[in-house]
Design a protein around this ligand. Sequence first.
Ligand code: PAZ
Length: 329
Amino acid sequence: MPTADQLLDNGQGVIDPDVFFEMNTPPTNLPEFEAKLEAFVDYHQKNKTRLVFITSGGTTVPLENQTVRFIDNFSNGHRGACSAEYFLEAGYAVVFMHRQFSLQPFHRHYTHNASTGFLDYLVQKDEDTIAVNPQYTEKMKVVLSKYHNATKNNRLLLLDFVTLSDYLFKLKSGTRILARLQEKAMYYLAAAVSDFFVPSQKMHEHKIQSSGGALTLTLDQVPKFLTPLVSVWASKGLIVSFKLETDANLLVPKARQALTRYGHQVVVANMLNTRKQTVTVITKSSQEVVSLTPDDLANHVEIEDRLIPQLVHIHDGWISSDATKACQQ
Ligand code: PAZ
């Protein structure tokens, strides 16, 4: 088998996406992932429901094949979990492909909270009865009803990933399964995906020993998977990618560069420290800043409440432009 170094496609240390899939082993639960997704997509194709494939949370980069240590990132999946709820509200069926144990739609209101743990939401009524603490009942009734509405109508499918490789195999497979929905599918790529990794061929098999002294790591660049995603895997769907920066001067230029390089439809640009208050929605012909006002913040409005309707509107246009193209043929 060729080594990663022999397969560099452009002399800059980046391998071709196809080569990545040849050189890495698919996750063992890929067949189960595919079966669940096939059934969900079939169901919604028959019901003519629009479907959004959301990726959420961060990918890990293992340093050893038998992994003790890995590189991680900051993302806890808030953007993805929150967005899923607003897409459900807008009538979409949602595939929520998330980092295992990151925030999930609806559950997010009661998890990952530094001051309130699961048991704090409960009170003991008598020896045999436990109930929701009355201070949380009103809000919980609303969340529970929306959650039941999504699950009883089979409109929310939860699928997970952990490593970068796991994510990329599932992204490829998942987008190809959704491709049959053509323009009715939206791909909302909010996961924080590592740009660097250790190819399995270069990875230590066992736990790296500290007796070897200081550890020097060399990471390869992750292939640009948006290229095949836009041109082959999901070419008919509406593709929304995210661009995260910490330097405000780079944000819009890098987002525009991504649109030009990959040729997809929308980039949502956000800054690390203000991502919950402001995002910029960028298309080839438009650029709109979506921000929460001080009043919105005081009323606990979430930025996704403003962002998702805009994307649904862009999706409306995408679907009708496709219908127009079909009529003209
Ligand atoms: O998961 P989270 O709510 O903590 O963060 C969301 C986010 C910043 C990861 C997302 O909005 C985003 O920008 N995703 C793409 C990151 C990137 O440029 O790879």
